[in-house]
Design a protein around this ligand. Structure first.
Ligand code: NDP
Ligand code: MG
Length: 415
């Protein structure tokens, strides 16, 4: 890279957003922070504005009275203030942004992910929900605009790196993730499957991994949020406890790497050091290892195809470290199978599963339902939805609304 790249961080107040700021801070010569966004954490956001001095700061929750007050604040240096998701879409669509770090949680991140690829930006994608809900639309858009989608999710970053062992020669910095991973643009299915036997996504198993099965239904919010190896936002931490996170990641891998459900396997790896693996046809397995630290995949998505030093923790080879893995028990993690089912069926299933899960996790975090209800609710909503094989964006969003409504109905029936 021989010029400064302009970067937008969407969701800078979140766990990924804060890590992204640290990465950019240590690469000021390569990247310029032109835009950050937050939703409700205004105090933290104001501090970030002062410390990082983006050209534009946007609060997406435009209706809140505190946002109105924030808009009237005095600006550190040249910074501009704006509010609302349309201001965010406009900002990332224009020439002031080359790379979009998509770190908003949930389907709320979909519109901006789509805008980034429609406008040919590099999309450093943490917001897996965008692919789960609208993978087909996102990839079709990226193909048309030749936008790059580089995964930030640690497992997919690991697979993206491992797949490059399969490519002869040097990687062209202007190829898309599919080209880089498989040697052709689209569809990557055929090329990936020629030498890739399967990919193996690793899962920590979450905080309840060793609990007796019969105790799971009594898990409290605090129990579910006590992740053993990763420090993340609340929604994804609950998803890790149920393993819905891995279900979403199966769907994400299907879209990113063009692999069918049968070529995706999940194993529990409690240490979270092996971030995922690719098994090739000849039996070779290529894995990517590093301590659990999201600053590494974030940096990789920014600097790819180059590698640079950075702030992420490194392996300590002077101490002993045992690595282990074992199969997933479907009785403990019934949510995982939903990811495979949705991958096989496609269409509207991803939007419905994602919305049902988002709504159910919210109910769990409010103390209205048990952790073990989440997978049951999602299965039921998925089974009863009005399936369409090739939905457009409006139909997907309609299914999203319907699924959330169904979860609320379920909740009322429990009260
Ligand atoms: P957090 O909950 O920590 O942060 C979410 C961010 O999104 C915050 O900046 C929040 O703003 C913003 N936000 C919330 N709701 C909205 C909305 N309706 N509109 C616009 N912005 C909104 O989440 P994480 O950082 O943990 O996760 C972000 C994404 O990255 C998720 O999709 C997750 O699955 C993915 N991911 C996360 C990993 C991790 O280690 N955390 C690992 C791999 C993937 P505010 O706080 O100001 O309200
Ligand atoms: Mg992950």
């Amino acid at each position: 890279m021989n010029r400064t790249h302009k970067v937008a961080i969407l969701g800078s107040t979140g766990s990924i957003g804060r890590s992204a700021l640290e990465v950019l801070q240590s690469h000021r010569e390569r990247f310029e922070l032109t835009c950050i966004t937050c939703h409700q954490q205004l105090e933290l956001f104001e501090k970030q504005c002062i410390e990082h001095q983006p050209a534009l700061a946007i609060v997406t929750d435009e209706l809140s009275p505190s946002t109105r007050r924030w808009l009237d604040g005095s600006d550190p240096k040249r910074m501009r203030r704006a509010a609302g998701s349309q201001a965010m879409i406009q900002a990332i669509s224009g020439p002031e942004v080359d790379i979009v770090i998509a770190a908003i949680v949930g389907v709320a991140g979909l519109e901006s992910s789509l805008a980034a690829v429609q406008n040919g930006k590099r999309l450093a994608l943490a917001n897996k929900e965008s692919l789960v809900v609208a993978g087909q639309l996102l990839l079709a858009s990226a193909k048309e605009s030749r936008a790059e989608i580089i995964p930030v999710d640690s497992e997919h970053c690991a697979i993206f790196q491992a797949l490059q062992c399969d490519r002869p020669g040097v990687i062209d910095p202007h190829t898309s993730v599919h080209e880089a991973a498989t040697g052709s643009i689209y569809p990557s299915v055929i090329n990936a499957s020629e030498s890739v036997e399967k990919i193996i996504l690793t899962a920590s198993g979450g905080p309840l991994r060793d609990w007796p099965l019969e105790d799971l239904e009594n898990a409290t919010i605090q129990d579910a949020l006590a992740h053993p190896t990763w420090s993340m936002g609340r929604k994804i931490t609950v998803d890790s406890a149920t393993m819905m996170n891995k279900a979403l990641e199966v769907i994400e891998a299907h879209w990113l790497f063009g692999l069918e459900a049968e070529k995706i396997q999940v194993v529990i790896h409690p240490q979270s050091i092996i971030h995922s693996m690719v098994e090739f046809r000849d039996g070779s397995v290529i894995a990517q290892l590093s301590p659990p630290d999201m600053r590494l995949p974030i940096q990789f998505a920014l600097t790819y195809p180059e590698r640079t030093s950075g702030p992420a923790k490194r392996m300590d080879w002077s101490t002993s470290q045992a690595l282990s893995w074992y199969p997933v028990d479907p009785d403990r993690y019934p949510a995982l199978e939903l990811g495979f089912e949705v991958t096989r069926r496609g269409g509207t299933c991803g939007a419905v599963l994602n919305a049902a899960n988002e709504a159910a996790v919210e109910l769990f975090l409010l103390g209205h339902i048990r952790l073990t209800d989440i997978a049951k609710i999602c299965r039921s909503v998925l089974q009863h939805h009005n399936f369409a094989p090739t939905p457009n964006l409006n139909e997907l969003l309609e299914q999203d609304r319907w699924a959330r409504h169904e979860v609320m109905r379920w909740n009322r029936s429990l009260c």
